[in-house]
Write a protein that binds this ligand. Structure first.
Ligand SMILES: Cc1cc2nc3c(=O)[nH]c(=O)nc-3n(C[C@H](O)[C@H](O)[C@H](O)COP(=O)(O)OP(=O)(O)OC[C@H]3O[C@@H](n4cnc5c(N)ncnc54)[C@H](O)[C@@H]3O)c2cc1C
Length: 479
């Protein structure tokens, strides 16, 4: 970082929202920096969510959530095609278990139609059990929504940031913004533990910490309330349990506990919804698991806790008012707050990026298209190749013939590719390749991946971390 680093736009926070904005703005002739406190992009809430691309029937008409969810949803096919990220429009069912809940299904349908959600219909009896045979026969009816999809949220965030980088965005990792001040000429001074950056325009996309960044500028206008969600992943052998995302009847503040056929082929159950004080509490709990199991078994009785292979928790960055906050600061021209981006923030992210570009334009930023913009981003996905293509690739580079992660079938060649794309931690490799995400949860492949990292990154084994900071796998010195 040099003292002369002056950017047109600095974006604080490389979650899915900040990365989407960086990528969207990278089509223009602008000097942009994406600043992230963690070791890799997407290591905040964007790595720990349900991965559902919502349709938009849950949100109150007229809210930013409703508008940006519906628009964001419609952008996902093209976005994921361009970025080589798996996305599946599997559809969803909201199920009513009691007759008195049928009215709520009608209300959700009407709300969705007001929000311009396409294809909603109520289905019952044979039609329902034919498409989802494992549902309990207690289900009275369901709201069917064909535009709901599933995506890998971390693959998406990483591909967005990497494509933005390919288009000229500077990504500054392990760089925590400590203070923001302003000069008389309007320049924003961003102080980090690594040095000072200057920007004409500043975008606050710091997720859970967006209120703290705003406070650095004297803006106390909003507070972020962390809301924890625990999720549990089942072994791929249970992948046939459901084909659609299954929602219960929603509660006041939450869409409820879902059964999700993830895009990677696991079933996931969750999340819980618990308001907490601690922005760092990512523990899963026995109580959370019991609550989830109780709820999902009422809908799909065949779900079994013995099939759980992994668990995690994520924190929703909720605003007190409940809606997204996306607006220029009333105090400082050229400073945009993006806050309260809880669910459906993953879905809305591409639409938020477009909205932020319009706000920046309104604040005076010139948006001039550049000819060199490259929206398409590709890397080798070995498991998607035909047998002939695999053979051809192994002939050229035998590392693609060496399977490192046996559960998920990930080769040494793919791990090396992930490092070349920017992975610096075990989780960075896991989220880019799925190595370590299978039944054994890295028991077999972790030492092998560490050795590849040691050779490729030219670092000793004890410097390798799970997710940056002090998450080293080994302590002491290795020979
Ligand atoms: C359990 C759960 C389930 C969810 N399910 C869904 C779903 O199915 N569908 C959906 O649409 N949405 C879902 N969401 C919501 C979705 O995950 C979020 O809306 C989205 O990830 C928010 O992205 P973000 O970029 O705003 O935040 P983040 O991903 O948290 O990014 C903010 C970044 O800012 C960085 N940062 C913070 N402070 C600083 C600083 N001082 N300096 C530098 N960097 C900083 C952080 O490290 C972080 O990487 C879910 C959320 C949870 C918790």
């Amino acid at each position: 970082m040099k003292k002369t680093d002056i950017f047109d736009v600095i974006i604080i926070g490389a979650g899915v929202v900040g990365s989407c904005i960086a990528r969207f703005l990278s089509r223009y002739k602008l000097n942009i920096a994406l600043v992230e406190k963690e070791a890799e992009v997407g290591f905040g809430t964007s790595k720990a969510n349900s991965g559902v691309i919502h349709a938009g029937f849950h949100d109150r008409p007229g809210t930013l959530k409703a508008n940006l969810c519906v628009t964001g949803n419609s952008m996902f096919d093209k976005l994921c095609e361009e970025l080589n990220v798996p996305f599946k429009r599997c559809g969803a069912l909201v199920v009513a278990l009691e007759n008195k809940e049928l009215k709520i299904l009608e209300k959700l349908k009407a709300q969705g139609e007001k929000n311009k959600v396409p294809g909603l219909k109520i289905i019952r009896d044979d039609d329902l059990f034919q498409i989802e045979p494992n549902l309990t026969r207690r289900v009275k009816a369901a709201l069917y929504s064909p535009t709901v999809g599933v995506v890998s949220p971390y693959e998406l965030t990483m591909a967005l940031a990497e494509n933005a980088k390919q288009n000229g965005v500077r990504i500054l990792l392990d760089t925590e913004v400590k203070d923001v001040t302003f000069q008389d000429n309007g320049a924003k001074v961003v102080k980090t533990q690594k040095g000072v950056l200057f920007a004409k325009y500043l975008v606050n996309a710091a997720g859970l910490f967006a209120d703290e960044i705003a406070r650095m500028t004297g803006d106390n206008g909003f507070t972020i309330v962390p809301r924890k969600g625990e999720e549990y992943i089942l072994d791929k052998k249970r992948k046939e349990l459901v084909k659609h995302v299954i929602f219960p009847i929603p509660q006041r503040q939450t869409k409820g506990v879902l059964i999700i056929p993830t895009v990677d082929g696991n079933i996931m159950i969750g999340p819980t919804s618990q308001v907490i004080d601690d922005k760092f509490d990512l523990n899963t709990t026995g109580k959370g698991l019991q609550m989830i199991l109780e709820k999902v078994r009422k809908i799909v009785p065949a779900i079994n806790d013995r099939d759980i292979i992994a668990s995690f928790a994520g924190l929703r960055a909720s605003s007190e008012g409940g809606d997204f906050i996306i607006q220029p600061s009333a105090k400082i021209r050229g400073f945009i707050n993006i806050a309260g981006i809880d669910s459906p923030g993953l879905t809305a992210a591409p639409a938020i990026a477009m909205m932020v570009a319009e706000i920046l334009k309104g604040e005076g930023l010139k948006l001039v298209q550049k000819d060199s913009y490259q929206p398409s981003y590709r890397w080798i996905k070995f498991r998607e190749l035909s047998p002939e293509q695999k053979e051809e690739l192994i002939k050229k580079d035998k590392r693609y013939g060496n399977v490192v992660c046996r559960c998920e079938n990930v080769t040494e060649g793919e791990i090396v590719d992930a490092i070349k794309r920017g992975a610096r931690t075990l989780d960075g490799i896991k989220f880019r390749t799925r190595a370590g995400m299978g039944r054994c949860q890295g028991g077999f492949c972790t030492p092998r991946i560490m050795r590849i990292m040691m050779n490729e990154l030219n670092i000793p084994l004890e410097k390798i971390t799970k997710r940056g900071r002090k998450s080293n796998i080994l302590w002491g010195k290795t020979k």
